[in-house]
Design a binder for this molecule. Sequence first.
Ligand SMILES: Cc1ncc(COP(=O)(O)O)c(C=O)c1O
Length: 375
Amino acid sequence: MNPVLSRRRLLMSGSLFAGAAAVQGLTGGSLSLVNSAMAEITAPLSPIRMSSNENPWGPSRLAISAMEAAFDKSNLYGGIANQIFALQASIEGVPPDCITLSAGSGEILQAAAVLAAWEPGSIVAPYPTFGQLIRTAESLGTEIINVPVNKDMHIDLNAMYEAIRPDTRMVYLCNPNNPIPSIIEKKALEDFVRTVSRDRLVFVDEAYYEYVDNPDFSSMMPLVAEGLNNVIIARTASKIHGFAGLRVGFGFANPELIGRLNQVMTGSVNILAQYGAYASYQDREFQDFSRDMNKKGLAIIEGMCDELGMNYIKSNANFTFIETGIEIQEFQRTMREHNILVGRPFEPFTRWARVSIAKPDEMAYFVQTYQKLYS
Ligand SMILES: Cc1ncc(COP(=O)(O)O)c(C=O)c1O
């Protein structure tokens, strides 16, 4: 596909706005939307989703074509899991038998929670963080030891280490974290994972890993490649690949642990999503495009925060966390009145908002709305 044409087509398609002025401004390269002399951006025709950390551009055209072509295989069981494993193995540098396919990475999170709950015990997790594994484990009777983030709102590895008890079955880490899009420094994390995984499971949730552009970050995938026991890494096609509704995720671990995860997994990935994922993971252009657009969208909202002197956590993902100073339920309601959906409450930071990065013109509308209401 011609990169220029495909980018233009993607950019010009699917805008929620009645007028295309903002989109044209952006394709012309203008990012200084906040103070630009551009005409007021008209209200969107339907709500802008800045609430669930989805990719507003996906899935890629190649993934959609692959799924369309796979429709007439819908009567068949199975799919192309082995091809997908071979592709992932070549991308990640791990053996194919260190990989499992799941209905979204949420399924891996829940399967791991089941493994951890096999015997009575506890899980150590940062607070706040993504709740799916924690909620599942808690419902199965596992005690959750919440370790608050530090004063910079970063995951506090030392405190997590201190919190581990003899009965701790698993430590959950989310890197980058969610709702706070910070990362854990790579050397400290590697030391932590090596040490802690000697005696218990360590789960590293890397749902947002493709968005990270930070020299202090490293995936823990090399530890799986090395054959370390007790380490599970989760990845998802829901974010940069734009597959949230298609439900494709991956677990990476040594083959014995993959076998245990497979035993407790209940979903299976439908054949269309498998063909789509196989195409999407080969579509570097779409991933680069999504990353690039995400950076542009982030620059717009972070630019607003800088201009207004607001606190925010520098993002390593496709969402940001900003201190509005307004109770989140009220902020959500007000934004909804302007056709913008923002993230749910995340205790204890109830006067902060998690804002997912939408298309740049939509981010510009968010900024315009926020400034009108609050500055
Ligand atoms: C950190 C993290 N992990 C996992 C998931 C689960 O996503 P999915 O089940 O769509 O892969 C999410 C979803 O937002 C997330 O934020």
